[in-house]
Ligand binder design. Structure first.
Ligand SMILES: [Zn+2]
Length: 470
């Protein structure tokens, strides 16, 4: 018998944690952080207490209470003894936090199966972020009750990576990962060959990106497998058509930047390689240098390892690394800051904010809102700020957005929105489903599951924690 239980991604965008059981084999499809559930109770300064292990996460129902999946050091805080892992593995679709981050809590002996590039990205994320209990995907430091034992030793998780076309076997289950187009490279959908027939998991995908053909490859292979069931994302089922594309982002942004008589600042998610490529192209076309941070360099150096992505290295002639100013707290303090910065301080292509102010039109600086205090050094009066990210969709984002506007006003920066989504639109999704024609459809990763009822396919509106038998 094949059973499915959805522990996340139900009436919410992300947080996917799907338990699949086929006879004696149990696996999870993704094990992500739910931003929505977390945001109901917690924010920047009100957080789950790491000293309580996973206690706060369980109490507030941010993660399911299942035996045989969690780290023994985190169970200790609950008075629970170490539990033998009862899960044969996690098939991870891609490196976004809402699919990957709560792997941090899982038992060290549960192997993680993911794309090769997905692993590179997870490595880059871990290299440049401060270690917290919620981002210990690659490795973790033990957090026993007695703090004097903290961090000894660092425990590495087992990763088994694949590329498209390679089949993986987890106990009795054979899984075919097939590349899909999404806003992060190394994204996959899965054909899972269960004892009842093929089960499909789309992960996150789209048809309007630079590599739509990858999603078409997925669709064709899935159709061939005559699926008995499909778990699909539905982030934008309520948006009929995508009239945005990576090319529109390129054209609009290029026009704005070419007209700018001062410094151009761009903001996008660096996990999105297509967006990086777009701005890298613009910089080259307009004969400007693209200035990135040491954080970005961690990603770029990993992307460069995947020759298929055709991205430059961090020491490329069109790239400069912004060396943070002295007396800004960058070179002191926690280990993590020093390590990834110190490692790159001898790079040949460093530039300071002061150098940039001498001839601002020569540069395009990639700067995220969380690092806006760098504007104080860049002094970008009358420049342009290209916001190449989605618009705010919750209250917390609205507050940051307002704060961002204050900074822009202060420095007379012109605001330009230029973005295209990582998710498939309603029209394309309906077409994809109808082409694949699964016997039953489980829509997740959406706030509008009921909109799927309009599709002429049997649809199961998923309830969290309920068991579905195939
Ligand atoms: Zn995603």
């Amino acid at each position: 018998m094949v059973k499915l239980i959805f522990y996340g991604g139900v009436e919410e965008i992300g947080g996917n944690k799907i338990l699949l059981e086929d006879n004696d084999t149990k696996i999870f499809l993704d094990f992500g952080m739910s931003f929505k559930k977390r945001g109901l109770y917690f924010e920047e300064f009100l957080t789950p207490r790491p000293a309580n292990g996973i206690g706060d996460f369980l109490a507030m129902k941010l993660i399911p209470d299942i035996r045989g999946i969690y780290r023994e050091d985190l169970l200790e805080h609950l008075g629970r003894k170490a539990e033998e892992p009862d899960i044969a593995g996690v098939a991870l679709s891609h490196a976004h936090a809402d699919h990957a981050n709560y792997i941090s809590f899982l038992h060290k002996d549960i192997p993680i199966y993911c794309g090769e590039t997905c692993k590179y990205i997870l490595d880059a994320v871990q290299e440049q972020s401060q270690r917290t209990i919620e981002n210990e995907v690659i490795d973790y430091k033990k957090r026993p009750i007695f703090r004097r034992d903290y961090g000894k030793p660092t425990i590495k998780r087992i990763f088994k990576t694949f590329r498209t076309g390679k089949k993986i076997t987890i106990d009795s289950l054979e899984i075919e990962p097939i590349h899909v187009d999404h806003s992060v490279p190394g994204s996959y959908g899965f054909i899972i060959h269960t004892s009842k027939g093929s089960l499909i998991y789309t992960g996150d995908l789209r048809m309007h990106g630079l590599h739509a053909e990858m999603t078409t490859d997925f669709m064709e292979a899935v159709k061939e497998s005559k699926p008995i069931a499909m778990i699909t994302e539905g982030t934008r089922i309520d948006r009929e058509k995508s009239n945005e594309s990576e090319n529109t982002v390129y054209n609009n942004s290029k026009k704005e930047i070419s007209q700018c008589k001062n410094l151009s600042i761009v903001d996008f998610n660096f996990k999105d390689v297509d967006r990086f490529t777009t701005f890298y192209r613009i910089a080259k076309d307009l004969d400007k240098k693209l200035v990135i941070s040491f954080r970005h360099a961690c990603f770029l150096e990993r992307y460069h390892k995947d020759k298929k992505l055709r991205t430059p290295d961090s020491i490329d002639e069109n790239i400069l690394l912004l060396k943070p100013k002295r007396m800004t707290g960058t070179y002191i303090g926690e280990d993590y800051k020093e390590k990834y910065i110190r490692k790159r301080l001898k790079h040949p292509n460093l530039i300071t904010a002061e150098d940039i102010t001498k001839k601002p039109t020569d540069y395009m600086v990639i700067l995220n809102f969380w690092y806006f205090n760098t504007l104080i050094d860049l002094k970008p009066n009358n420049g342009v700020y290209i916001h190449s990210l989605s618009e705010p969709f919750n209250e917390e984002m609205e507050i940051s957005y307002e704060r961002m506007q204050h900074w822009l006003n202060h420095f007379d920066l012109r605001f330009v929105q230029s973005h295209c989504s990582g998710h498939i639109c309603g029209l394309d999704l309906r077409e994809l489903i109808q082409t694949i024609n699964p016997k039953i459809l489980y829509p997740i990763h959406t706030e509008h599951p009921n909109m799927f009822k309009k599709i002429p396919t049997k649809v199961e509106i998923v309830r969290e924690g309920k068991m579905y038998k195939l």
